[in-house]
Write a protein that binds this ligand. Sequence first.
Ligand code: MF3
Ligand code: CO
Length: 253
Amino acid sequence: MIITKSSREIALMKEAGRVVGLVFKTLEAQIKPGMSTLDIDSIVEKTMLENGCIPAEKGYYGYPASACVSVNDTLIHGIPSNKIIIREGDIVSVDIVATYKGYSADACRTFKVGTLTERAHRIVDITKQAFFEALKAVKVGNHIGDISETIQKFVESHGYNVVREYTGHGIGAHMHEDPSIPNYGKAGTGPLITPNIALCIEPMVLEGRKDVRTLGDGWTVKSKDGKLTAHYENTVIVTNDGYEIITMYEGEE
Ligand code: MF3
Ligand code: CO
């Protein structure tokens, strides 16, 4: 069941989203070679708490940290560690969820650290562009499958693959609500897009084969072939005449 949000609920989600944006702005300025992924986690947690939000990932199904920090061949759910050091040329995705007064916003950025190879630049850019392509399908009266097909076609047309095992989702009083939003599928299928629903649209892209494996920690998801991966996500509120992205900071491109 897809839960339509009241204007009060949307206002609370926007405040959560504002803090998510602030975290990205802070990380953009601070992420550097030599930092550990646990250092990133500390910045995320501190920024959220100082701004009246709770880092919702901590404790979610036992997840041990405030952020998922996934480097290079790690696609999603990288557990922050003081042993994982960020190096020049890495691509580092930081996936976070802030909760304000019971309502959540979820987003991810893949940060480029220092000078990158052309390969690394390209997968980050295509992944982000896939999100913005998908936004064109976010219209009242369209179907969720329109979003899915747009992402898959765009990503595959650039020679990359989308993951099959993980999807975007609705959000609100819970981190994961209906509908499921796969990064692959067919236009005209799936639930209808209606006003005042909240969607997390999140292309998760693999440079090589689409297969992934989960490490023994039960969380970390990597590309099976060890090739690069990237992830980009925003929480989007559907409006009568379009949409509103609630997890970008002012001036963010
Ligand atoms: N933020 C992720 C998403 O995009 C979920 C993270 S799982 C958690 O859906 F356990 F870390 F919370
Ligand atoms: Co999400």
